[in-house]
Design a protein around this ligand. Structure first.
Ligand SMILES: Nc1ncnc2c1ncn2[C@@H]1O[C@H](COP(=O)(O)OP(=O)(O)O)[C@@H](O)[C@H]1O
Ligand SMILES: [Mg+2]
Length: 286
């Protein structure tokens, strides 16, 4: 059974949610008839330009935005129509990491308090077990145990995003939706975080929906690349070569914008150091 299965999902925002999205034909959908499946241990890169509908689709997957039509199944159970108890159980399986690492955390909470939030919500542990799990999560994202008592302002953006990842993975969710999670970081930090995500995927069989407009980051992490344009999925590819053969304009634009000069970039070695096969210095891909 798939971890996540979206079937014919369509969504339009209405005036009650802020902006008025009306056209002469009626409400303008920003997600149109989207079907996709995420299997265990896989990472799907959800790509596309600004306004394509990626974040809306991410929120729909996370249970944060009920679509106007279509179904969202997590482990075969409906995310939106199941009873309250089932929905709470389903939420345990899903975590998210967003672009703005600072607004994703409470500035008054220590790293330990931030990271342990899902444990407090979903698991009953002794304080000893909790401390062990926090230490394990910090280690997984490459931060020292001494980070536990620090406040968000004491971390750099890259370190704080690693705290957000530690929080997302601590309760062993089935999948994590990462919405532009590396986009505001410098290249060295992007590279480090992609490497952490890759290790987690390999060691814990973690699955991701990696939402980005950064094709190089997506090539470094994902097994499948799905391109979205004007609310629709316009192609899904399991190799770079397949993607490069696509005749879809949105796919071509994405490739042109990211890879026209250096198509070999975005390659990743299996250890913690990335580099382009062309001999580019370690830790750089742009
Ligand atoms: N809360 C909202 N209310 C009304 N319109 C929205 C809202 N969020 C996003 N939109 C609109 O939906 C469209 C898709 O946005 P979004 O899902 O954020 O795309 P992306 O993440 O690909 O940039 C855009 O036209 C955007 O303006
Ligand atoms: Mg977005």
């Amino acid at each position: 059974m798939a971890l996540l299965e979206l079937s014919r999902v369509t969504h339009a925002y209405d005036s009650a949610h802020g902006f008025l999205q009306k056209s002469k034909q009626g409400t303008q959908a920003v997600v149109k008839d989207v079907s996709m499946t995420l299997e265990a241990g896989k990472c799907i890169g959800l790509l596309g330009g600004s306004g394509a509908g990626k974040s809306t689709l991410g929120k729909i997957m996370l249970g944060l935005q009920r679509p106007q039509s279509g179904t969202v199944l997590i482990h075969g159970k409906d995310m939106y129509t199941s009873d309250k108890r089932t929905k709470k159980q389903l939420r345990k399986h899903i975590q998210a990491v967003f672009q703005d690492c600072y607004s994703s955390v409470n500035s008054k909470m220590t790293a330990a308090q931030i990271i342990s939030e899902p444990l407090d919500n979903f698991e009953r542990l002794t304080s000893r077990e909790k401390t062990y799990r926090i230490g394990e999560a910090l280690d997984m994202v490459g931060l020292p145990a001494s980070a536990i008592n620090k406040l968000p302002k004491e971390f750099s953006g890259g370190q704080l995003q690693r705290i957000n990842i530690a929080r997302a993975m601590i309760s062993n969710p089935s999948f994590i939706v990462l919405d532009e999670a590396v986009s505001s970081l410098d290249v060295a930090n992007q590279v480090h975080i992609i490497s952490v995500l890759r290790d987690l995927k390999e060691q814990r069989d973690m699955s991701y929906i990696f939402i980005t407009h950064n094709l190089k980051a997506a090539f470094a992490l994902c097994d499948q690349w799905t391109v979205m344009d004007h609310g629709k999925l316009c192609g899904s590819f399991s190799t770079k070569a397949e993607m490069m053969k696509s005749e879809e304009i949105a796919v071509k634009q994405l490739l042109d914008a990211s890879l026209s000069t250096r198509p070999e970039l975005g390659t990743i070695r299996k250890d913690r150091h990335f580099y382009a096969e062309s001999g580019q210095r370690e830790g750089a891909w742009a």
